[in-house]
Ligand binder design. Structure first.
Ligand code: NAP
Length: 500
């Protein structure tokens, strides 16, 4: 399909009364509608158990999009495209009436039999729903059929394989859109462009010129109400297996021969294949874990993880992970990729720092200030931008060097943050572009890496937990991980992008 064409489709959202649907999906669809990216030919069926009339559901939609809406008439018109089907997804009988409703809307809105099934529900239902969709004829359509599936995709390699087997009974791999919402973020998508559209960077993007790469994703929030889920997941499964690995793959992949979905995914997959496996007694050499204790942030006292709702008071679950990844290929041999992610830290920030090697001879070393290495910082969130850290002459008589920063800030230019990741991903899915969704091969490779770490951590209780106070910069062991190699984490405060 031409990407300028406005796609027609019936979108069936399973879990339509939930948090994700209300906070992300409805507002994102609304923004697409407001911008004219959705044609009149679309309809949405919301599925969940609680009884709601179409009118009540439409009111929910209006409430959820109101804060981002400009015009009430447009909101009202948007909401008329929404319909509700009360249905327990484990109840086989309900799928027949869902099918009838889908067929009626298909003909009413002339949707050409195009269907998107969005599973915004707990993962244990994913397989059941996919199988019912096939067996009860909802996927027997003249147009396209696509399945959008939320994270987590499995709990480990084995469960991910079992889930994949179930959904593949109803959908082929190219009809499955596995969401990793980091891939919808403007600056994550920008990694490729920064690398492959700049003669300045691509020749330097290898082990001859780069000394190390640091990827940080820190949150100030704790587990909130997600204690039950988080206890079984932890930071390794919740963040590293998907978001952190996806960013590393984009940073490390070879230039694709074409910007097609298959070529890009295949290059990313090759990076994950080249990751040095870390197992057994190597795990604690390459990876460290943390768990937050009580602390405070901005004058507010915060509970420790073990005091949170639905969390075991002796929990061994990690809320922080830092690790060193080695990519054993020609381009990256010898360059550590350090990753770290955690909850209840002092700042909310996702950043990538590319640290270049020192120049061969430092003429300015003896001056007032030692030369800083060149850094390229990619700010993913909450700020979006790029900063290049260089050295230049300090103004005045002497020939001293001083660090300077060249900044590009998306906020500064557009006055607004860029579109929500979900808005872009929904738009991509409507157009059949799966580039920014995760392929099964990437999921399988990431799980097989992560499983070896979990195997060690689940079998050894971490006696030092909790090992960092809420509101702090994380456990000391994360600093020691880099110190062993002669590096340090670049302090977040020194890396801020300056908006103009
Ligand atoms: P949630 O708020 O708990 O919503 C769950 C939804 O599923 C509700 O609409 C619920 O409605 C429905 N439901 C539960 N059991 C059902 C059944 N047997 N039959 C039919 N409907 C049923 O969950 P969420 O936070 O929206 O998360 C949904 C999915 O997105 C999860 O996989 C989560 O991991 C993923 N996710 C969420 C976020 C987020 O920001 N929330 C971010 C990333 C990923 P009824 O109770 O009315 O049935």
């Amino acid at each position: 399909m031409n990407t300028n064409e406005k796609p027609s489709a019936l979108i069936i959202i399973f879990g339509a009364t939930g948090d994700l649907a209300n906070r992300k999906l409805f507002p994102s669809l609304y923004r697409l509608f407001e911008k004219g990216n959705l044609s009149e030919k679309f309809a949405v069926i919301g599925v969940a158990r609680r009884p709601l009339s179409n009118e009540q559901f439409q009111q929910n939609i209006k409430n959820s999009v109101q804060s981002s809406a400009q015009e009430q008439a447009l909101v009202d018109e948007f909401a008329t495209h929404f319909y509700y089907h009360s249905h327990d997804v484990t109840d086989s009988a309900s799928y027949a009436s869902l099918k009838k409703m889908a067929e009626d809307l298909d003909s009413h809105y002339q949707l050409d039999g195009n269907r998107i099934f969005y599973l915004a529900m707990a993962p244990e239902f994913f397989g059941t729903i996919a199988i019912h969709l096939k067996e009860d004829g909802l996927t027997m359509v003249d147009g396209f059929k696509r399945l959008v599936i939320e994270k987590p995709f499995g709990h480990d390699l084995e469960s991910a394989k079992a889930l994949n087997k179930q959904i593949r009974k109803a959908f082929s791999e190219n009809e499955i859109y596995r969401i990793d919402h980091y891939l919808g973020k403007e600056m994550v998508q920008n990694i490729e462009v920064i690398r492959f559209a700049n003669a300045l960077f691509e020749p330097l993007w290898n082990n001859r010129y780069i000394s190390n790469i640091q990827v940080t994703s820190s949150e100030t929030l704790g587990v909130e109400e997600r204690g039950r889920y988080y206890e079984k997941s932890g930071a390794l499964r919740d963040m590293v297996q998907n978001h952190m690995f996806q960013m590393v793959a984009l940073l490390a992949m070879e230039p694709p021969i074409k910007l097609t979905t298959d070529e890009i995914r295949s290059e990313k997959g090759r990076v994950l294949k080249a990751l040095r496996p870390i197992e057994g007694n190597k795990v604690n050499e390459y990876f460290i874990r943390g768990q937050y204790g009580a602390g405070d942030l901005n004058g507010k006292t915060l509970l420790g993880y073990r005091e949170e709702q639905m969390v075991d008071p002796r929990s061994n679950t990690e809320t922080y992970v830092a690790g060193k990844l080695m990519i054993d290929n020609f381009r990256w041999a010898g360059v550590p990729f350090y990753i770290r992610t955690g909850k209840r830290l002092s700042t909310k920030s996702t950043k990538i720092v590319i640290q270049f090697k020192d120049i061969p001879m430092n003429l300015y070393y003896q001056t007032e200030q030692a030369l800083q290495p060149n850094l390229l910082v990619i700010h993913i969130q909450p700020e979006e931008g790029i900063t290049l850290h260089l050295n230049a002459k300090k103004a005045g008589q002497s020939l001293n060097a001083t660090p300077i920063k060249l900044n590009f800030a998306n906020k500064g230019i557009n006055g607004l943050n860029t579109p929500e990741a979900y808005e872009k991903l929904l738009d991509d899915c409507m157009h059949g572009d799966a580039t920014n969704f995760t392929h099964w091969d990437e999921v399988a490779l990431s799980w097989s890496f992560v499983d070896k770490i979990s195997a060690v951590w689940e079998n050894t209780k971490e006696e030092n937990f909790p090992n960092y106070p809420a509101g702090s910069k994380g456990p000391k062991a994360a600093d020691e991980l880099l110190e062993k190699d002669g590096f340090f984490w670049w302090p977040m405060a020194d890396l801020e992008v300056e908006t103009c």
